[in-house]
Design a protein around this ligand. Structure first.
Ligand SMILES: Nc1nc2c(c(=O)[nH]1)N[C@H]1C(S)=C(S)[C@@H](COP(=O)(O)O)O[C@H]1N2
Ligand SMILES: [Mo]
Length: 260
């Protein structure tokens, strides 16, 4: 289209058009995301992987990729930063970290969900997590108290953990995940689409070093579309559930989803 058959809109009109376009795209993006969520979580675990990303998620990402060609900020991915921007976060929140940790004895206990309900508890070592594809990600940690800091993380995608170890049934709908510290004093609930988001990681390194005890060794969650309250440190157990699980800060008045 040339400017001769279509006059250049006045600035206000241009802004409005852009806003309308953005909301259509946001709608499309949200639509794809909820399709992936509703149509399919049971379907995710049965599909082959392509590029290390589950292909139904891949399709959503590809769609977002196309959108991003014209419109850079994708609603579905948290912004990433150069590694050099990473800073040391303060130590914030020690609930569930008060007892001594015997690193050698630590195991992750996982209750999967099968077609006939919860499956027997399985245990995983840190090596089992580290055997999954290693993902590096530099993102902003935002605390609900009003501060934020760019941090560089290394870990495994939660989605790789679920699929590689077949933790939820292909025949059953498993809408939630519950993560708890070994002493069960701190606990976080996640909806499955958030848990399977490609930037939701089970992390074992922070800013180029193994996680320290204060920052959640041996394993913590990082999920940069949500506030820090969801980044549970020192994970002891994980359960896949049909009912919305309890969440420490949601019980104290914060939003259960805590996205930002
Ligand atoms: N086990 C546990 N994990 C936790 C918390 C906590 O009190 N206990 N606090 C959360 C909050 S509110 C934030 S902002 C981040 C801070 O992570 P950091 O201490 O590594 O900076 O950890 C989260 N994970
Ligand atoms: Mo926080």
């Amino acid at each position: 289209m040339t400017s001769s058959d279509h006059p250049t809109p006045a600035p206000d009109e241009a802004v409005e058009k852009e806003a309308a376009r953005r909301s259509r795209r946001a709608f499309l993006t949200a639509g794809l995301a909820s399709l992936a969520a509703l149509g399919g979580w049971r379907w995710l675990v049965t599909r082959p992987q392509d590029d290390g990303t589950l292909w139904p998620l891949r399709r959503v990402l590809d769609a977002n990729g196309k959108i991003s060609k014209e419109f850079l900020s994708s609603a579905d991915l948290a912004p990433v930063f150069p590694k050099g921007r990473a800073k040391e976060p303060r130590i914030n929140g020690r609930i569930g970290l008060k007892s001594a940790l015997d690193s050698a004895a630590w195991q992750l206990q996982v209750q999967g969900m099968g077609p006939n309900g919860p499956t027997p508890i399985r245990t995983f070592s840190l090596a089992d997590i580290q055997a999954l594809p290693r993902v590096e990600m530099t993102t902003q940690l935002k605390c609900i108290e009003g501060w934020s800091v760019v941090v560089s993380w290394v870990g495994a995608r939660f989605s790789d953990f679920v699929t590689r170890y077949q933790l939820a049934s292909a025949d059953d709908l498993t809408p939630y995940v519950h993560l708890l510290t070994p002493d069960r004093q701190y606990y976080v609930g996640l909806d499955m689409p958030s848990a399977l988001h490609p930037q939701t990681l089970l992390c074992y390194e922070m800013n180029g070093q193994p996680l320290t005890l204060e920052h959640g060794a041996p394993l913590r969650l990082v999920t940069p579309l949500k506030y820090g309250i969801k980044y549970i440190k020192r994970i002891g157990s994980i359960a896949f559930t049909k009912q919305r699980p309890s969440d420490y800060w949601a019980e104290r008045g914060y939003d259960w989803y805590s996205g930002h």
